[in-house]
Design a binder for this molecule. Structure first.
Ligand code: IYR
Length: 222
């Protein structure tokens, strides 16, 4: 007897092996063109593109299917300015005092600094929140599981969706970033996870000359 709460796997598609091989290679080639970008254009992006990228993010697997994430999409210039000011205040401290010499050395290749003009230039800042607890349809508070893993997975899909749509993103993690909860008025069952900056790259955008590790350095087949 099939489990009455289950449904047939109707959407799965199997491809012939050669097509599978082509698809895997093509997807890698597409993803390998993705770069984290820090120079954004101020060109507008249609809101429905962002909405569909968020729907794609929301397909991520999550602990006990609790979907413990919330995305706040900021396009209001006044809110972007507030976020920039708060982030730069933290980053000034980070670069001047909080970061260790080793950390600053590791960041040197990226050319980052305390100034974050992209927080005002880019059309969208997506603040991603992780929910340690959520309220169910019955209004009762319940615990979420593997929250960081789940929200990390959703964030990865969001980054891939943004890239697939032809936009660029920057994963920005001002530290600490509790100011995001305050500015965006989020409840205390949520903690800020990451700020994803999204838009078109500036016409003269440049990226660091850094490499991805080769397969044999990141994977072991046994
Ligand atoms: N949050 C700082 C510093 C920073 C830290 C890491 I780890 C990076 O990969 C990049 C930057 C900043 O955003 O500048």
């Amino acid at each position: 007897m099939p489990d009455p709460t289950s449904i047939p796997l109707a959407q799965y598609r199997e491809y012939p092996v050669d097509e599978m091989q082509r698809r895997a290679a093509a997807f890698y080639a597409e993803m390998n063109r993705r770069r984290t970008v820090r120079d954004f254009a101020d060109r507008p992006v249609p809101r429905d593109v962002i909405e569909n990228c968020l729907r794609a993010a929301n397909t991520a697997p999550s602990g006990a299917n609790k979907q413990p994430w919330h995305f706040v999409v900021v396009s209001d210039p006044a809110v972007k300015r507030q976020i920039r000011e708060a982030a730069e205040a933290e980053e000034r401290e980070f670069y001047a005092r909080r970061a260790t010499a080793e950390w600053l050395d590791d960041l040197a290749a990226l050319g980052t600094g305390w100034q974050k003009p992209f927080l005002e230039t880019a059309p969208y800042l997506i603040a991603i929140f992780a929910q340690s607890t959520s309220r169910g349809p019955d209004g009762k508070k319940h615990k979420n599981y593997y929250v960081s893993e789940s929200v990390g997975l959703a964030t990865g899909l969001l980054i891939a969706a943004v890239h697939h749509a032809g936009l660029v993103s920057l994963t920005h993690t001002p530290s600490p970033m509790h100011f995001l909860s305050t500015i965006l008025g989020r409840p205390d069952n949520e903690r800020p996870f990451l700020l994803l900056v999204v838009g078109y790259p500036a016409a003269d955008a440049r990226v660091p000359d850094i490499q991805r590790k080769p397969l044999d350095a990141i994977a072991t087949f046994v």
